[in-house]
Design a protein. Structure first.
Length: 446
């Protein structure tokens, strides 16, 4: 291998692979694993698939297992700021030098695999990331890893692992071009990861069609079906009802895995995991003056869960119950933005529509047009996410915001719509905080 890679070189190399898009199939990944010495066989794994809640459930799984004395890792996607966020050891993000070394090793393997492929075929970005993660997890000596699938399940790069337990969070209509047009089709693609003779843990409120598919597949593969029926009270209420449901699912899956290796779950360890597990970008409070919340709700189901959770936020003070709320929203063009707006706008006093840093971003003007069709006219178009957030926060602190009787009902700001938007805001992309709402009147007319 060549000289050590820097973090900058690793991230630059990964970004260069975005140009080639997605290519389904496991042949390239299997070849990568062979070149790397089959690192995916050197640790146990729990495979998490689903439409929403995968990252939260994966993090919670890792937190529970870590607190039972196991050397635990996690593979997550997407990231918010840095690719290195995708690999965690003992609930801590890998250092950039260690991550860069893993990417360099995977790039070395990819180069050898690419030489064996047709001219128009090549290892993709997600495949290289996944190979780097599995190599890093094995090199760090993890005993078990919680692994989040990228897209689907059957042909997802993560599916080269042989997990003892599979987890299905939920199923919604997403990526129908690749996964199929119906809930049944999508569920079948995701549940292709269920191990023969293994276990499948299901989230509560699963769509009836998906549940029927799950029952059929587990029966066919002689796998045990486990259902997390109710939200878990171990998770603090202010984390939101959807996170309590995710934790209940993580707990069921973790306990099933622990039983399989002869360990009894410890209630105190589970409670500690519930209290300490964090999920960046989900109901994340980044400031209290004004209260500013980031949440990567990227589709209607996630937006509905967010709306349900907002009243419990901030120690019960809540958002959306008569409290003036400024919405900063940016959405990708393949999402049902109209339905997301229908759910969110009734809680909002004013909105700033922006664009996530992605070639697939829906234009702010399109969001504004959809909002007007729903009768919401207090909207501003600001393409730059940082400026949009700065303007919303300035509004919340200004006399222009509606007057309130007490501090607990002071104007607040919610930024949501895309994980890419949340990542950009956490990275500080766009204007500095000093950039205020100057020019709002002109933009509002767009």
């Amino acid at each position: 291998m060549s000289d050590a890679w820097s973090g900058e070189r690793a991230e630059r190399h990964l970004r260069s692979l975005e140009l080639f898009g997605m290519r389904f199939g496991l042949d390239r990944m299997r070849r990568m694993m062979t070149v790397l010495g089959s690192p995916e066989r050197r640790f146990h794994s729990i495979h998490v698939v689903g439409t929403n809640g995968k990252s939260s459930t994966t993090r919670m799984l890792a937190a529970i297992l870590q607190r039972h004395g196991l050397a635990t890792g996690a593979y997550l996607s997407p990231h918010l700021v840095s690719y290195a966020e995708r690999v965690e050891i003992a609930e801590r993000e890998m250092s950039m030098p260690a991550f860069a070394a893993a990417v360099a090793r995977a790039a070395w393997a990819a180069d050898r695999v690419n030489r064996t492929l047709a001219e128009d075929d090549h290892v993709t970005q997600f495949e290289l990331l996944t190979a780097a993660a599995f190599w890093a997890l094995a090199e760090r000596g993890v005993q078990v890893a919680a692994v989040e699938a990228g897209l689907g399940g059957r042909y997802d790069a993560t599916s080269v692992i042989a997990s003892r337990v599979a987890v299905l969070t939920n199923v919604g209509l997403e990526h129908t071009r690749w996964l199929g047009p119906t809930i049944r089709d999508i569920a079948a693609e995701k549940l292709a990861v269920v191990p023969p003779g293994g276990m499948l843990a299901l989230g509560a409120d699963l769509h009836p069609d998906a549940l029927e598919v799950a029952r059929a597949i587990t029966a066919e593969r002689d796998a045990r079906l486990l259902v997390a029926d109710t939200p878990d009270d171990a998770m603090p209420p202010q984390r939101g009802a959807f996170q309590r449901r995710n934790f209940a699912l993580a707990r069921v899956a973790a306990e099933a895995y622990l039983r399989s290796i002869g360990i009894d779950a410890d209630a105190d360890a589970v409670r500690e995991a519930a209290e300490s597990a964090t999920v960046p970008g989900r109901l994340q409070v980044i400031d209290d003056d004004p209260l500013t919340v980031l949440d990567g709700a990227h589709n209607p189901d996630a937006a509905a869960a967010l709306v349900q959770a907002l009243p419990q936020l901030a120690g019960g003070a809540g958002l959306g119950e008569g409290r003036p709320l400024g919405l900063v929203m940016g959405v990708l063009e393949d999402k049902d933005a109209a339905e997301m707006l229908r759910l969110l706008l009734p809680l909002c006093t004013r909105a700033w529509f922006t664009a996530p840093p992605s070639s697939r971003a829906l234009s702010p003007a399109a969001l504004q047009s959809l909002a007007r069709q729903l009768g919401f006219t207090e909207a501003v178009c600001e393409p730059d996410p940082g400026r949009a957030l700065a303007q919303a926060r300035a509004w919340a602190r200004s006399p222009q915001a509606p007057a309130v009787e007490n501090d607990a009902q002071a104007p607040a700001v919610l930024a949501t719509g895309s994980v890419y938007l949340v990542g950009a805001l956490l990275a500080g992309v766009g204007a500095a905080e000093g950039d205020t709402a100057e020019g709002d009147a002109g933009r509002a007319a767009r």
